[in-house]
Design a protein around this ligand. Structure first.
Ligand SMILES: Nc1ncnc2c1ncn2[C@@H]1O[C@H](COP(=O)(O)OP(=O)(O)OP(=O)(O)O)[C@@H](O)[C@H]1O
Ligand SMILES: [Mg+2]
Length: 355
């Protein structure tokens, strides 16, 4: 039997050092698999119960045992592993191309699994459109791993993976996903069946969904998780200066969980973020835009792509990446979804190319 299918069948009882008491408590929390246990945080799990059979220390022991099993099955790398072992893990990355090969050069071929990619930009800059496009991208994967010659085929192959779309702004439209799928030669109704959409109306609800996302990823066999947007609800509900620390702590907790999920389930996590404008004292009269959410969001995401409008086109800038350079590309939004920039030049674009 294949290692990973054996892993999926593994029950909590097979985890070393686990007691029946602990299993009962985990089941009450709806934690039923090795994967689900491995993504928990000992502090959160331990604090769910006051008694000593599942305190922080024992929670930490069983989470470590679950992670050890995933290491043995090569889902995770060891605490210390050599860089070539890490490359093996990187070779399992799946890339989701957008339809604009220029845009995809920012990400070496597409949005990566095992990572959180953040799209930041003002209203209308294309964040939600890229999210719609990604729902279709998951249905037409072109490439698996850039570093592994044996598997570097560039042949399209199908995937049974689905998309979880967490929508805090109520801007997902099935019609738009239908249109993009149709324009890209896919069966639109088949594609819509792969998108599991959920509207969220307050920050507590969002936090609870992210807390339980491991179960939803397993239940819906998700390969991409999209959160559009990660910040709007928290920004609206924690607006005063006095609540800033709490807001940041809550955002940090969500991002931390998302990072663990991306890593363990080999999924691509895509979040959108808003901008705040600020005045630069060295250039009076000019307002600049920066990403909302401060350092917590900046450090929490693996890649940060800044989007802005430029006439009929959009400009995407890779602002922060652990291995790609700072670079800028142009793309446009069309009926097809995302595509390379159209060559029409507006005055605004001519101004852009001047700097
Ligand atoms: N079918 C379509 N064909 C061409 N362009 C489209 C289509 N649908 C939407 N657009 C373009 O996408 C823009 C909206 O982009 P999008 O909704 O992604 O913005 P956003 O960055 O998510 O903004 P917000 O911060 O308000 O959520 C529209 O202004 C329009 O220019
Ligand atoms: Mg949007």
């Amino acid at each position: 039997m294949h290692k990973s299918s054996r892993l999926k069948e593994m029950t909590l009882e097979e985890i070393p050092n686990i007691t029946s008491d602990m299993i009962e408590k985990l089941r009450k929390l709806n934690i039923n698999s090795v994967y689900q246990l491995a993504v928990q945080s000992p502090f959160e799990l331990g604090s769910e119960y006051e008694d000593t059979s599942l305190d922080v220390s024992s929670a930490s022991t069983i989470i470590a045992s679950a992670r050890k099993i995933l290491i043995e099955h090569e889902v995770l790398t060891k605490e210390f592993s050599t860089a070539d072992q890490m490359l093996d893990k990187r070779n399992k990355i799946i890339r989701y191309a957008t339809g604009s090969d220029r845009f995809d050069t920012l990400l070496d071929g597409g949005f990566e699994s095992q990572s959180i990619t953040e799209l930041v930009g003002e209203f209308g800059s294309g964040k939600s459109q890229i999210c719609h496009m990604l729902c279709i991208a998951a249905n037409k994967i072109m490439e698996t791993c850039p570093h592994n010659d044996a598997e570097k085929s560039n042949k399209p192959h199908s995937t049974s993976g689905n998309i979880i779309f967490i929508d805090t702004e109520n801007t997902f439209r099935s019609e738009r996903a239908y249109q993009i799928a149709e324009q890209n030669g896919l069966d639109p109704l088949d594609v819509l069946k792969t998108i599991f959409h959920c509207n969220v109306f307050n920050s507590i609800e969002l936090e609870s969904i992210i807390d339980n996302l491991d179960k939803f990823i397993e239940q819906y066999n998700a390969k991409i998780v999209i959160i559009d947007s990660i910040i709007s609800l928290h920004r609206a509900e924690f607006s005063g200066r006095g609540t800033l620390a709490e807001r940041q702590q809550r955002l940090g907790k969500m991002l931390n969980k998302l990072r663990r999920l991306a890593d363990i389930y080999n999924i691509a996590v895509v979040i959108t973020n808003q901008v705040v404008s600020y005045a630069d004292s060295s250039h009076p009269g000019f307002d600049y835009m920066k990403a909302a959410g401060g350092n917590i969001v900046a450090h929490g995401s693996t890649y940060r792509i800044f989007l802005r409008k430029s006439g009929k086109n959009r400009v995407a800038t890779m602002e922060d990446s652990p291995y790609q350079p700072y670079q800028r590309v142009k793309f446009s939004i069309s009926e097809n979804g995302i595509q390379n920039a159209i060559s029409y030049k507006t005055q605004e674009e001519r101004d852009d190319s001047a700097w």
